[in-house]
Design a protein around this ligand. Structure first.
Ligand SMILES: Cc1ncc(COP(=O)(O)O)c(C=O)c1O
Length: 445
């Protein structure tokens, strides 16, 4: 193993690239460099096969190296590499918006394109303000996020987000007028639940308290992930999302679901909103929209919200917001090819079919040293470990590293290991993933 790490280290100068969300100095001592990918597997620069237990970074739901996507991309880049997005258009962006509206939750048939999840979140927050202003309620400007929520890294996203480390260093400049609901992780009541936990729907009632405190007339929107992915697979208790919907509806507050991770089949159904039958007003997506092939995000909006914003003289821009690369033709071509794969291979249904096998395999880890909780839904799993006496996150990192060198990519958030394999995963590959993880859990301190 040391030999392999040494080989990877000598393949060029790694100093100049400042890596995102990475321990740069530690990484560069023993780099993990991926070079190619096909189906369920990566290969690293030394040719070692690594089973993808995380769909890249929750992106590659159709698996890797899909010829349909690369053909669509190369065809499009030859035909037209770029088209301006302001006051100009090209047919693929319109076609993609229509295709997305066909799989969207009810009524969410207006689509705004971005380049990432973070941009989708900022767009959604601005849309909420735009809507209330257009609707004659400009005082509705406060946002409510949730503890442990992750909504990307824009100033809007970290302000409504609830992960301490992502906020602390920037705290003097976070958005004002933001509150947070309590998170829904309750290991005392729900540890080792299978699927959505029984206890905790009442955590949604905290919203009533914030409304009493600030007045509904001052609140623009509530934003939550239907399932928190980045904070370590934190599931909504049964009935929780419905309750949030009821309360927001009652007070005219918009409900934004951040489906950057849950979108495109991860929990079953096209979106968590469809799967759990709770329809928000605005929904943010990115990642698996085009299988991670080209940066792209999309914000889904209820038609009534869109229509309310279509005000003023016709020659006037209605929403002063957008990106140079909104609806980029090459990204759109990749997304259309990806949607075809999802449909033709019935991958969203495959999540539901495979979920019981995945659940069973995942819960076989119960009883291994330091495993204090296992959580799952669809093709997402979280294994929570007790922190090592040497510090929070050490054990999680060691397990992640050991799995990688043993040929499986998992994700560690502090001491929680998250699994989210591509939806094309086979049962034998689930077995391989779980046995590599079991070995790592038993091997590290
Ligand atoms: C729920 C959620 N929202 C937003 C983001 C940010 O997406 P991006 O990294 O594409 O900006 C992520 C990324 O993991 C996410 O999980």
């Amino acid at each position: 193993m040391a030999e392999l790490k040494q080989q990877a280290k000598t393949q060029g100068n790694l100093e100049h690239y400042w890596m995102p969300f990475s321990a740069n100095r530690q990484f560069k001592q023993t780099p993990r460099l991926l070079a190619s990918a096909e189906g369920m597997y990566y290969r690293d620069v030394d040719g070692r096969q690594v089973l993808d237990g995380t769909a890249g970074l929750w992106c590659c739901n159709a698996g890797h190296g899909r010829a349909e996507i690369s053909k669509a991309v190369s065809r499009q880049i030859r035909e037209m590499d770029y088209a301006p997005s302001f006051q100009m258009g090209h047919p693929l962006a319109f076609e993609l918006a229509e295709r997305l509206s066909e799989i969207a939750p009810p009524g969410m048939n207006r689509i705004f394109f971005t380049n990432s999840g973070s941009e989708s979140v900022d767009t959604a927050l601005k849309l909420a303000l735009c809507y209330h202003r257009a609707n004659g309620e400009p005082s509705r400007s406060r946002f409510i996020g949730r503890e442990l929520g992750y909504h990307g890294v824009g100033f809007g996203g970290i302000s409504v987000g609830g992960i301490g480390n992502n906020r602390k260093g920037f705290s003097p400049q976070l958005l004002g007028g933001v509150d947070h609901l309590p998170h829904t992780l309750d290991m005392e009541a729900n540890a080792f639940s299978r699927g959505l936990p029984e206890h905790g729907a009442d955590k949604a009632e905290a919203l009533e308290g914030l409304i009493a405190l600030h007045g509904a007339e001052n609140i623009a929107a509530v934003i939550v992930e239907p399932m928190s992915g980045s904070a370590g697979v934190i599931l909504p208790p049964k009935g929780y999302l419905k309750r949030l919907r009821e309360i927001t509806q009652k007070y005219g507050i918009l409900l934004i679901f951040d489906e950057v991770i849950t979108g495109f089949g991860r929990v079953g159904g096209a979106f968590a909103s469809n799967h759990w039958d709770v329809t928000p007003d605005i929904m943010t997506t990115a990642k698996a929209l085009n299988n991670g092939a080209i940066p792209m995000g999309a914000v889904f909006v209820q038609q009534a919200i869109h229509d309310a914003c279509m005000q003023g003289p016709e020659a006037m821009i209605e929403f002063f917001h957008g990106y140079t690369y909104s609806g980029h033709p090459v990204a759109a071509a990749a997304a259309l090819a990806t949607l075809d794969i999802y449909r033709d291979e019935k991958l969203f249904e495959r999540t539901t079919t495979l979920a019981p096998y995945f659940e069973q395999a995942l819960h076989s880890l119960k009883g291994l040293p330091n495993v204090i909780d296992i959580r799952n839904t669809g093709l997402v799993g979280g294994i929570q470990l007790a922190p090592s006496p040497q510090g929070v996150g050490k054990r999680g990192y060691q397990i992640f590293e050991r799995c990688f060198w043993q040929g499986a990519l998992v994700r560690a958030t502090a001491d929680i290991i998250a699994l989210s394999p591509p939806l094309i995963v086979e049962e034998s590959q689930i077995d391989q993933l779980i046995s590599t993880l079991a070995d790592a859990i038993q091997t590290v301190d």
